[in-house]
Design a protein around this ligand. Sequence first.
Ligand SMILES: NC(=O)c1ccc[n+]([C@@H]2O[C@H](COP(=O)([O-])OP(=O)(O)OC[C@H]3O[C@@H](n4cnc5c(N)ncnc54)[C@H](O)[C@@H]3O)[C@@H](O)[C@H]2O)c1
Length: 445
Amino acid sequence: MAASSATSPAAQLLASKIAARTATVAVVGMGYVGMPLAVTVADAGFAVLAVDIDDARVAAIARGESYIGDVPSARLGPLVESGKIRSTVRFRELQDADAIIICVPTPLNKTKEPDLSYVVSALREIKAYLRRGQLIILESTTYPGFTREVGLPMLEEVGYRCGDEFFLTFSPERTDPGNPRYDVSNTTKVLGGVTATCTEMGAALYRQVIETVHVVSSTDAAEMAKLLENTFRAVNIGLVNEVALMCNTLGIDTWEVIAAASTKPFGFMPFYPGPGLGGHCLPIDPLYLSWKLRSHNYTARFIELAQTINASMPGFVVQLAADTLNDHSRAVRGSRICIYGVAYKPNIDDVRESPALEIIELLHRKGANVVYTDPHVAEIEVEGRRYVGVTEAEARSSDLAIITTDHAAFDLVALARDGNLILDTRNATRRAAVPAEYLHKVVRL
Ligand SMILES: NC(=O)c1ccc[n+]([C@@H]2O[C@H](COP(=O)([O-])OP(=O)(O)OC[C@H]3O[C@@H](n4cnc5c(N)ncnc54)[C@H](O)[C@@H]3O)[C@@H](O)[C@H]2O)c1
């Protein structure tokens, strides 16, 4: 590391430990975000303390077993065996850490407002064991202002001065589960600190681990940058979902239109329609922003409109399913309908906020006999009902298959050949080059 401009003794000591990679880094929350981060930090040579409240997860890590798809046990195991990663449920061990990175969930509550209880609970534990010289980094997505308005006062209650005696930064996580090209180490990290020294400490740590660090002037700017990224996607998906609704009304093939527009070499970026927004980020993060703005008497109009359109898509898919069956003199009630793919995106096992679950619920309420097939998800629960996935061979005997997730492992040619009706919400049958002779069975979104 270049000579540090850090002035306080605590900052200088921390900077030297980071530069020598002798700092211990604690990762609090070992989920989709925390696990890949922990192995990346350990690979860079730092000792990592993996902290979680879930006993089963902590025990699995201690055995070197990963439960996160992007991190094979073959990668985690040797790091645990060599002592580079140690897992614990005891927050008191945070006293040993020089840096603490928070990766706990930030969902919405029942009334669709930010639920920051996990972050606040993690901060409370960190505060209880805060010692001079520690660097605290929040990676969980939150609204602009949270780190400064909530995190800072909580930690300052201990009596240490932020920027001199402890350091606080926000650095949003950009994990894209299942992405074979970009992982933690080659995805640029945005970071903003409460003070210039906080920023310097946070950036110094990530520069040891990640190719590029992009520093911004405040934690607020870093928080807002994350929400811009995800709002950008949610709004553009909302726009293209509305285009799909318009094309459906006009009898035009949405996918053909997008493919044509995409030939423009400038000023157009393709987004694709689907059965609705899923995952832990896109359906949730923009609502953190609109919630915060409501307290300033400002209505985040794009976010609310996109939210309304995206949220209407599962219902639209069910309507299309009903119309498709109706065109073949069948009712939804009593039909066997198979959902192809319940994960919210291809080739992963995460079903959080997946629109497929809402589609299953809506079809169930209409009296359909709903089954699902998904090579990545063995079983799911929808409104208290447990579903065990059927095999693709079993799925093909359904009256209607609804392709909700375009998993690479699906054999859609076999489905088109041996199956009955298909409602394709992902243009997957075209990508799979289903032969023309079977296309009369296929309806696209
Ligand atoms: N999953 C993604 O693709 C993604 C991408 C970018 C950002 N994020 C953000 O990262 C954050 C974490 O998301 P995730 O997907 O990793 O969640 P996750 O549910 O996969 O993992 C969270 C982990 O935190 C643990 N936990 C909960 N409360 C805790 C506490 N008080 N102390 C210690 N551990 C605790 C849970 O047991 C779990 O293991 C969220 O803010 C999310 O918005 C997620």
